[in-house]
Design a protein around this ligand. Structure first.
Ligand code: GDP
Length: 368
């Protein structure tokens, strides 16, 4: 259930399948259930749950992935019917981010997000644990580990909270180090461009095309997790830095928006946002909306005014001509390019040069 149109449900499910494959799963079967709202007990409703059980038996699947965020109770109830592991979109996305994070800061941020997701979901497991322990608070073993009157679940929660607090402190320290670097860059007044965009839109490819560097390009969701910064030259000879940010997806878990806030701060102090859109996507406007939501959310916390946005429609070599025409009408200020063929890249460089004011000129104007 997605609460949107049939087309949106299909696109969301296709993306979920791609995400599952990125996480290393083999996708066997897709099942769509349309409801006005999720079923309170099993999320998809008991009839559909029975049908799902049949599909699980027929295909031999060992996991069911739901496109949405289920409550802990819904997860447990659905697992009872389908008799295999049930995970939701949020858990899947968190898992992929955990697999792909490379920097120390990125890893710490994903761990924090996973713990945040886990904390309210400890209940089912904790209850059975405390049943095993006789259900009495503070009873049965755990010498020296539990405080007086503390149940297993409370101990677990407390430990997780402590680890979360420690992670937050570490992230804060790492952020301070990054801020110093950023201040140095700002002092040197090198204009900066932050690339934002939906995952797989071609952000890394464009970064490569503009800077001539070999950043990993992968036809998989989330190849880009940690920001990459490269220097490049404008047609007028000035230098600028280009930063690739994380890829966005539909329904990015709120835990991740929070966790990646400091990484996405690159967005807040950029002189320009280069918003890359996949022109060959059937629903590019949905992508644009999803990305803008996250960017707005991130910028809300910062005092700086939002940087101007340049929309770059990429993959025009692969896009439907009709779709391109529609997009040109909808986005009159956008630049249309192909990172693959190089088409439109000169125009993009010229537009960037025009939009990135020359800081030296600004200083001259201010002199008496
Ligand atoms: P990112 O996730 O936004 O960084 O996207 P990538 O740069 O990793 O590219 C995702 C996929 O799209 C890769 O398979 C690229 O080869 C492909 N791609 C990127 N730019 C273009 C383009 O201009 N045309 C076509 N046809 N494919 C492209």
């Amino acid at each position: 259930w997605t609460g949107g149109t049939a087309g949106q449900a299909e696109a969301s499910l296709a993306e979920l399948a791609a995400l599952a494959e990125t996480a290393g799963s083999e996708v066997l079967e897709g099942l769509v259930q349309r409801r006005d709202k999720p079923d309170a007990a099993t999320y998809i409703g008991s009839g559909k749950a029975d049908e799902l059980r049949q599909v699980v038996v027929a295909t031999g699947a060992d996991t069911v992935i739901c496109d949405g965020e289920l409550t802990p109770a819904q997860l447990t109830a659905l697992e009872k019917v389908v008799k295999v592991k049930v995970i939701d979109r949020t858990a899947l996305i968190l898992d992929i981010f955990a697999q792909h994070a490379t920097s120390r800061e990125g890893k710490a941020q994903v761990s924090l997000a996973q713990m945040e997701y886990m904390l309210p979901r400890l209940r089912g497991w904790g209850e059975s644990m405390s049943r095993q322990a006789g259900g009495r608070a503070g009873s049965n073993g755990g010498v020296g580990l539990r405080g007086p009157g503390e149940t297993k679940i409370e101990t677990d929660r407390r430990r997780i909270r402590e680890r979360m607090a420690k992670l937050r402190r570490e992230i804060k320290a790492m952020k301070a180090a990054r801020d110093t670097k950023r201040t140095r860059r700002l002092r040197n007044r090198i204009p900066s461009v932050a690339i934002v965009g939906y995952t797989n839109a071609g952000k890394s490819s464009l970064l490569n095309a503009l800077t001539g560097s070999g950043v990993l390009v992968q036809n998989a969701l989330f190849a880009t997790l940690d920001p990459t910064t490269r220097r490049a030259a404008l047609p007028d000879g000035r230098e600028f830095v280009l930063t690739d940010t994380v890829g966005f997806v539909r329904h990015l878990p709120t835990q991740l928006v929070e966790a990646f806030r400091s990484t996405l701060e690159e967005v807040a102090d950029a002189d320009l946002l280069m918003h890359v859109v996949d022109g060959s996507d059937p629903l590019p406007t949905e992508q644009i909306k999803a990305v803008r939501e996250v960017v707005t959310e991130v910028l809300r916390e910062s005092d700086a005014p939002a940087p101007p946005e340049l929309i770059v429609v990429n993959k025009i070599d692969a896009a439907e001509p009709v779709m391109l025409m529609q997009l040109r009408g909808l986005l009159p200020d956008a630049v249309f390019v192909s990172a693959r063929t190089g088409e439109g890249l000169d125009e993009l460089r010229d537009r960037l040069a025009g939009l990135l004011e020359d800081p030296d000129v600004e200083v001259e104007v201010m002199l008496p």
